[in-house]
Design a protein around this ligand. Structure first.
Ligand SMILES: [Zn+2]
Length: 289
């Protein structure tokens, strides 16, 4: 199969009551791990990059890399901009060939968020690419082992979500329902009542950010309530760095970089597999044939 738009993936997921896992990537090994896990499980998958990751890899290089690896795999893959910070970045990524764009205007007032999101939607539509918007503030649970901040406030208002979707014409909505990025300090309390109300008022596929550490039963419940895309980033980086650290400690003075990196790549494949299964998207690639 090949590179597809995220709209194709998420409309199918919503109808089939499963979610497509979206994994951020930083480099070749990371991307190979995501696509290899998805391919083994015959799962549709989204490879994402936030602006810092796009800058690190180079947008054209990132898209070419995903395309080259995905080309021969039996699964549909979307290439997504995560938390696009402004209109300009969205347009740059459309130019690179991304097949899904998120614009995150949640730091702005609702009016400003709506007006910039509308501009992004107009540009993306012209390229046949769907847009994810954000309402409420999906904060940072903890950033690294010290836990720099603990800002889990900003639950989305369902009425604001309804207005946002209606006025912007976005395709998918990331709404804050008690989820956060990073490592949760305590079990996250997802607001399923808010999720239900948002789904009822918007009817678009919903996106759950901060998937790392949300218990499996909550992930499954959210999916049955309309969540069609779940983002996982921290869990993969944590597994990669911990495994890489162990390997380096065990093999000091071994300058074979491929040998040092391989266990970390295997670990990321294992983690991606677990999360794809959690999203119930394994064996769903056949729905796209
Ligand atoms: Zn996010």
């Amino acid at each position: 199969m090949s590179i597809v738009t995220n709209k194709l993936l998420l409309d199918n997921a919503k109808a089939g009551r499963y979610a497509v896992a979206a994994f951020n990537t930083n480099n070749l090994e990371y991307t190979q791990a995501i696509l290899s896990a998805a391919s083994q499980l015959r799962a549709p998958v989204i490879v994402s990059a936030a602006k810092s990751e796009v800058d690190y890899m180079g947008g054209h290089v990132f898209v070419a890399m995903v395309r080259a690896i995905a080309e021969d795999l039996p699964i549909p893959v979307a290439i997504h901009l995560d938390h696009g910070p402004d209109y300009e970045e969205a347009v740059r990524c459309l130019n690179y060939g991304f097949t899904s764009i998120m614009y995150d205007g949640s730091a702005h007032s609702l009016d400003t968020n709506i007006s910039i999101t509308k501009e992004v939607v107009r540009a993306a539509r012209a390229c046949g690419v769907p847009v994810e918007g954000e309402v409420g503030v999906i904060g940072q649970a903890a950033d690294g082992p010290e836990g720099k901040k603990n800002d889990m406030t900003g639950i989305a208002d369902p009425l604001e979500c309804e207005r946002f979707v209606k006025e912007t014409g976005i395709d998918f909505l990331a709404a804050a329902i008690g989820n956060a990025h990073g490592i949760y300090k305590k079990k996250p309390e997802l607001r399923f009542d808010v999720l239900e109300e948002i789904e009822k008022r918007t009817r678009v596929p919903l996106v759950l950010h901060g998937g790392t550490g949300i218990p499996e039963e909550d992930i499954r419940r959210a999916i049955t309530m309309g969540v069609s895309k779940i983002n996982f980033s921290t869990v993969m980086r944590k597994g990669c760095i911990e495994t890489l650290t162990d390997t380096l400690v065990k093999n000091p003075g071994d300058w074979d970089l491929m040998k040092q990196l391989s266990p970390a790549k295997e670990k990321m494949i294992e983690i991606a597999r677990q999360h794809i299964i959690m999203c119930m998207s394994d064996n769903k690639a056949r729905l796209f044939e």
